[in-house]
Each structure stands twice: as C-alpha cells, then as structure tokens.
Design a protein around this ligand. Sequence first.
Ligand code: NI
Ligand code: MN
Length: 226
Amino acid sequence: MIDIHFLGHAAFQLDFDGVKLLIDPFLEGNPFSPITKDKVEADYILVTHGHGDHIGDTVEIAKRTGAQVISNAEICDWLEGQGVKTHAQHLGGGHQYPFGYVKLTDALHGSSLPDGSYGGNPAGFLITTKDGKRLYFAGDTGLFGDMRLIGEEGLDFAALPIGDNYTMGPDDALRAVKLLNPCVVMPMHYDTFDVIRQDAEAWAKRVAAETSAQVALLKPGDHYSL
Ligand code: NI
Ligand code: MN
C-alpha cells in the first residue's frame, strides 16, 4: 500500500515499503504546508523543475536528512554544487531505484532556478513501484497530446495541476484526464495564491460525470491510500 500525503500546492510525501519520497517540497512559504522543513522526513526527493514553489526547501531537507535528489541533470548539477547528493536523469529516461522505477516525462513549462541559474527542462515523474503500481505526477504543465502515451502505460494514480494561469486550468485538466485515463486523479497546484484559485469540487464533479476516473480531493495534511 502507498500512502500519498498531500503537503499543499504541488508537494507530496509518498510512504511505502518503509521508504519516504518527497516530491517538490515547497514547505516554507507554502501557506498550507502541514509540516515544516525541519521536521519532514525523506529518503529521496523528486524535483520536477527549478521554480521556487517546487524546488522549495530541497537543499535544506536533503542536507539534514541525507536524502538523494532525483531530477534533471542541470538541477542536479546545481544541487551538487551545494553539497546535495543527487541522481541525474533526463526527459524520457528511467532508472531503477531500490523503491521502484522512475521515468522523467515531458512537461510544458519553464525551469529556471531561484538564483536565475539555468534549470534545464521541466519534467513530470512516472513512478512504478516494485509491486507494479504506477503513479504520474505531472509537475507544472500545460496540456499536451502525448499525455496519451503516458496514459498507455496504465496509471493507478495521477496528480494534475488545475490552477490555470501558470499551468493547465480546469478545462484542460479535464481533457488531460481523458488522455491519461488514470484510475484515480488528484487535482493540485490551485488555491495556494489568488491567481490560481479554483473550485476543485466543481472540477471533481465534471471528472466524475465525464470520465471513469475516481477523484481524490485532498486538503493539505490529508492522505490517500492507494
Ligand atoms: Ni513552475
Ligand atoms: Mn508552480
């Protein structure tokens, strides 16, 4: 069983087989984070792109916990320069870790780092656990047709941005659900700031009416067991 803890915005902690994965740990400065960067535990930290609301507190958390960061090569170089242990991958490439297989997927977005350094291309993550569960974390992205290819892999879970303005909005996120066809879909990257405020319950109703996906509507601090 995989416990998916929502830490607000696009931040998650996945807990399974005794391993803790953090995804995009933006905790300090995230008004809804249920946990602080000084308390959160991690064995691995997955970073989709360089923007501050995603790389967040990665450096501090990785140094304190000794967690290995998984991201693109440019972000890993930047982190290694600050004494963080990393494993660099790139778009379309997968790697087998002790907890499962991680592939970097396309994402339509930017990726500059907080100090203005080049952060390579943004990514999403496709995680396949040892018992074959497949989870897709889209990262910040607009809608793209090749989501259909990601869906062909067979998704147990997908976390998709619905906030609009910086990423897909509710209409395109609904189209994404139809391309990805996940068993369970969870909206993210909304309500954190005024410009991305959305009615997630209304979106969940549309998904339920128009697709076969179940919607996991989590509040920050909630968790979902898959
Ligand atoms: Ni971003
Ligand atoms: Mn973002």
